[in-house]
Design a protein around this ligand. Structure first.
Ligand code: IMP
Length: 192
């Protein structure tokens, strides 16, 4: 029987992305599947801290094995910003367009466009906590390109490519992304 795991998210894009990476190896349940409508706190100042906070919340309230992730875009010339604040870089509205415009504005005149997406995953299984990390290095271009994906995808070109994540599309992105790498580590652990 497949192992049931709750993925602590309400983001349909991410659920779809991770389901396709897991390729049916586990029965992945969303927050909706477990009828959780709570506003789960995410108030830590690191990606790992937020992932732990979210996974612990579900484990404490539902007693289910689960994992939570948190991702940030870390830009070298901005000392790692927006980082853990990536979703609300331009304010609480979680507006991707405004976030990208703010980032492009803050990088104006800077030659160093290096950046990385970093994902932290916290798995709680059999009452034990495990952390996994995935990093995708690349650079921020000057103007948006492409229509796929979400968040900062239209302005991020991963290392070894000339297209943005938004131009590459989900099939390619899912093989090289920060989240794919972190989930890969998670799957390797679960398959042990
Ligand atoms: P989350 O922790 O996965 O919700 O990510 C926080 C924020 O980082 C999102 O709201 C997006 O702005 C950004 N982000 C996370 N993953 C990606 C991605 O794969 N592409 C582009 N932006 C992302």
């Amino acid at each position: 029987m497949k192992r049931k795991l709750v993925f602590v998210t309400n983001n349909a894009h991410k659920l779809e992305e991770i389901s396709s990476i897991l390729d049916g190896k586990m029965e992945l349940l969303s927050l909706k599947d477990i009828q959780c409508t709570a506003d789960i706190p995410e108030t830590a100042d690191t990606l790992e801290g937020n992932a732990i906070q979210k996974a612990e919340y579900i484990h404490r309230h539902y007693g289910l094995d689960c994992f939570a992730d948190d991702t940030g875009l870390e830009v070298e010339a901005l000392d790692g910003a927006p980082g853990v604040y990536s979703a609300r870089y331009a304010g609480e509205g979680h507006d991707s367009e405004a976030n990208m415009q703010k980032l492009l504005h803050n990088l104006e005149g800077k030659d160093n466009r290096k950046a990385q997406f970093r994902t932290a995953i916290c798995l709680i299984m059999d009452n034990e906590q495990h952390l996994f990390e995935g990093i995708c290095r690349g650079e921020i271009i000057k103007e948006k390109r492409g229509g796929a994906g979400f968040g900062y995808d239209p302005i991020f070109v991963p290392e070894g490519y000339t297209e943005t994540f938004a131009e590459l599309g989900n099939d390619i992105k899912n093989t090289i992304s920060h989240r794919a790498k972190a989930v890969q580590m998670l799957c390797e652990f679960l398959n042990k």
